[in-house]
Design a protein around this ligand. Sequence first.
Ligand code: MF3
Ligand code: CO
Ligand code: CO
Length: 429
Amino acid sequence: MGILYRLFTHYLYAAAKTAPVDKNPSRPHCPRHSTCDMAAARTMACLSVASLARPFSSRVSSASCRAAAVAGGQRASLMGASQPRWYLATSSSTALQRRRSNRGFLTVDAKKKGFAELLSDIVPKDEDYNGRPRLEKGKVSAKQHVPNSIAKPPYADSGHLPPMNEEPQIHDAEGEEKMRAAGLLAAQVLDYAEQIIKPGITTDFIDQKVHKMIVDAGAYPSPLNYGGFPKSVCTSLNECICHGIPDTTELREGDIINVDVTVFLNGYHGDTSRTIRVGEVTDEVARLVDVTERSLAEAIKICKPGTPVRKIGATIHAIADEAGFGVVEKFVGHGVGKEFHSGPTVRHHRNNDPGVLVKGQTFTIEPMLTIGRTHDKMWRDGWTAVTADGKWTAQCEHTLLITDDGVEILTASPLKKTERFPAKQATAA
Ligand code: MF3
Ligand code: CO
Ligand code: CO
């Protein structure tokens, strides 16, 4: 059923080709359409699957399609072809559960695959990137202990995913203070993780250290047993997009690793991540990390009451396009607060989602940019998402609070002297 549907949508796109071939060889075409007018394709697809269609931003053009192709085969332009379908990203979820479930979790099946992508699933491409073999799963150590004195979130014992609440999480003054405390602790833990990172340590070692610091601070490490996640922090190396599980894998000089820390303190979650360089990295990799950070920083600057949520994706995507990087669509930012994940869905690529930011709301922005294509492969552990082409990817994340007239970065690093209140950018809604 899935494959048939995918082929069907591919033929819809193919039938909608209208634009002339771009003869400029320095500008790669959309990898799936030698002649490509995504807007026409989108219209066709939307008409054909009207009940599923989400109209896409009118700014998408064949020019931006080419830009997207430069950015590593982005599929943003085709978003209109299908309603994003939320699904659970855990190993315990069956396809049927996924289809039935209304509970969103972190990922959005943004678009059906085309023929080339189906082929790329079948034909393995195992070239190394940066002279590194592909990541392999190591051994995962036993679950860490959390003292009984520490207040746990509802899923901690069961390992269930809490029901996904689509409503934003909005706080009063006391809630805001608790969010500040959770955000600060998460930032301090992430700073600490950065300090211990060096070649030769394992991702499991990072997990042990981070776990201890969180528990010593009287907090619960939010990832632990969230939907069955087996560890206290996510460690995503090189081509791992996100949700890497700490294991016996050793860090090597030249690697990059995203450490994603979430703490549950006094009933509130603070969620933050950054991509840390292990020793010296290549210029291309350094640029990937820098651009990812800049895309987050610029997206944060536009946040204030009334900012359309979709502008976050527009801002990030424009920066990635300009730099020639891809924007991962499948994993998204989210509301955060008393619950780990809630509405709004904060997509990092161009989108046409409804909704505006409101005062008192807390949420994350957590863009993932790629050197190559954005298409992912999920490991059998049900969590680890790696790029299908093996090229490297970077992510960074902050928990944000919308203030009276702007935004406060609750997970600003005290060590890095990150601006807590970045200067607002004047933007027309
Ligand atoms: N911290 C991740 C986020 O940014 C979520 C990790 S969920 C886990 O939303 F279960 F993988 F830990
Ligand atoms: Co998050
Ligand atoms: Co996170």
